[in-house]
Design a protein around this ligand. Structure first.
Ligand SMILES: [Zn+2]
Length: 146
């Protein structure tokens, strides 16, 4: 009897403070890309879905040609039947401090902001969270157990 291999492929989807999403798209024009579209294509070719932990707090960083980039990115991932989950990195002015430096109420507000952002676009509340560059905290976990 063959055993079925189960694996979870997760992707941090973030740019970190820049106004152009170079790290997310990794688009080199005619030379191809190795960014989010490539990752989704590779997963889809194998009939797999990815879990994209998306730092939606960056949404205010994008203007001009990139206006509403984060909203469109969440929609792009979700419309291709991949999961959009929440990733938190401090990103002023929406979220100026590292999550572990915030009080329970501040953490709750930050997480609700991010989950609502995703839910408004997908209609689904995220069920997973990945803290960016910070250790998990009991305060933080408590929020999800309520
Ligand atoms: Zn990250």
């Amino acid at each position: 009897m063959r055993k079925k291999l189960k694996m979870l492929i997760t992707v941090d989807t973030e740019q970190k403070g820049m106004a152009v999403p170079y790290a997310i798209e990794c688009d080199f024009g005619v030379e191809g890309n190795c960014g989010i579209n490539y990752i989704m294509e590779q997963l889809e070719k194998r009939k797999m879905r990815g879990v994209f932990f998306t730092n939606v707090y960056e949404h205010n960083n994008y203007h001009g040609d990139w206006e509403k980039y984060m909203e469109k990115l969440v929609e792009r991932i979700f419309s291709r039947n991949h999961e959009v989950e929440l990733h938190t990195h401090a990103n002023p002015p929406v979220f100026p401090n590292m999550l572990h430096a915030c009080s329970y109420d501040e953490q709750k507000e930050i997480i609700e902001y991010g989950t609502n952002f995703i839910k408004e676009i997908t209609g689904k509340r995220p069920i997973a969270h990945r803290g960016g560059g910070i250790p998990a905290m009991i305060l933080h976990l408590r929020h999800y157990m309520i």
